[in-house]
Structure formats: C-alpha cells, structure tokens
Design a protein around this ligand. Sequence first.
Ligand SMILES: C[S@@+](CC[C@H](N)C(=O)[O-])C[C@H]1O[C@@H](n2cnc3c(N)ncnc32)[C@H](O)[C@@H]1O
Length: 259
Amino acid sequence: MSFFSDLKTLYHVAVKPLRGSGQAARLESFYAGQAEHFDDFRGRLLHGRREMFSSMEVPPGGVWADLGGGTGWNLEQIGPRIGELSKVYLVDLSPSMLTVARQRIAARGWTNVETVEADITTFRPPEGRADVVTFSYSLTMVPDWFTAVENAWAVLQPGGVIGTVDFYVSRKHPAAGLAQHRFFGRCFWPAFFSLNDVFLSPDHLPYLRRRFTPVLCREARGRVPYLPLLRVPYYFFIGRKRTEDDASCCVSGNHKLSS
Ligand SMILES: C[S@@+](CC[C@H](N)C(=O)[O-])C[C@H]1O[C@@H](n2cnc3c(N)ncnc32)[C@H](O)[C@@H]1O
C-alpha cells in the first residue's frame, strides 16, 4: 500500500469521468488506469470476500466460473484446493483487469484457470454447465443484474453452488431475520456508489434467497478507506440450485441454514 497508488485510484474513483457507450467501454474506461493498484485499494473496501471464498465447497473435478472475476484476487482465497478443480473460468469484460489476472495465473502456475473476456449475463462455459459460480462485487456493476443471476442459475448443475458477495442496502421493510438499514443509509450509499456506476440494490439478497436454497448468509458492515466515520453495508450469500427432489423454495433466517 502506498499513498501514491491510493491517490491514483482515488482520482479514477472520484474525479475521472466514466466514458464510452456500452458497459464494456465504460468498465474499461473505469479500470484501465487503476487495474494495477486494484487489489491494494479494494482489499480495504471489498469486505467479506475472503470469508466467502474460503467457506465455499470445492467439488473435486468440478467447474467453477468466477463471474466478473477482475484481477483474480479471490482465487487466492480458495487456496491449494483450486488444484482439485478441473477448470476455473475467470470471466470479465475489462481487458485491463484480465491482464492482471493472467499475470497472477502465470505467477501461481494455475494450469486449470482460464480468463475469458465476456459478459457475465450471457457467458456459458464450454462444458455447458458449472458446479460453482461466484459473483464478487460484480452484480452491483451489471445494470440488468437479474439477467446475470438468471444466467448463473442456467449455468449451474442442479445441486450446484452460487456465492455472491457485494454491497447492498436493505429494503425499508425487510423479511424477518434480515437487517434493516436506516433511511439515511438506504439513500446515501446507492447515490454515493452510483457515481462509479455501482448500483446498490435492496433486491439482490431477497432474489437470491428466493431463487436458491440458502446455505450461508451474512449481513455486515465494513470500513471505507478515507471515510473513517462511515461503515458500508455488505452481504454474502451462498446458496444451492435446487434439484428436482428438493421440496419448496422456503427461505428462512439470516445465518447458517444447512451445510
Ligand atoms: C468491483 S470489481 C470486482 C472484481 C473481483 N470480483 C474482486 O472481487 O476483486 C467488478 C468486476 O466486474 C466486472 N464486470 C462488471 N460487469 C460485468 C459484465 N457485465 N460482464 C463481465 N464482467 C463485468 C468488472 O469489469 C470488474 O472487473
């Protein structure tokens, strides 16, 4: 971490206007000048990633698609178990982020990890299906986030696992067991992050809990670099795609639901 690299990142986050028509162009305009320092600054902002990735099952011989995988920092959190997977696809629309990811893959000697420049609302692995899909702070960047979730559902094998970690705000009247955020937070955080085309939603978590059988769900708050008094809300959710044998889509509680 250096103050100079933080300054560069802050310039791209807070000053430089986003340009380009279409999401791919806007993402690249946002990340081109900061991909190199992304892991440093975002390591202090994107909370819950280590916890979620290290909590996920690694199916031996399975296929894992990390959607909006960026620089590949999260794959480090899987640890040596990554070698047990037959294939990992790190999918992203930003060439600059994928360049950093490819350097990481080469440095770690991960022969089973491949980067793919593609849109996560439409990406399909060549195998047809995946056993695990993850979204780490990428759903909030997709305007039609529900198409990304629907695509993940279609890609997953029955019984396959989805993991999502992201910023969010609660609904004004959340379901029983879920956190309720105050008026200020529900207004402030979406406006603050929308400056970077990051769209916090009260609907991600309810939709994920409805679409998948919850395995682990956590809501918390984390620090924001250079804003010492503020704590931004984030969640992580691990869920399973139902098999035909699964009964209902009942959703309950906020913590560990089954293993
Ligand atoms: C905040 S970064 C998070 C990167 C990484 N998942 C992490 O946790 O470090 C979000 C990433 O999602 C990617 N992204 C956003 N929308 C996308 C889309 N529609 N298709 C592919 N990638 C997308 C961005 O390019 C960016 O690399």
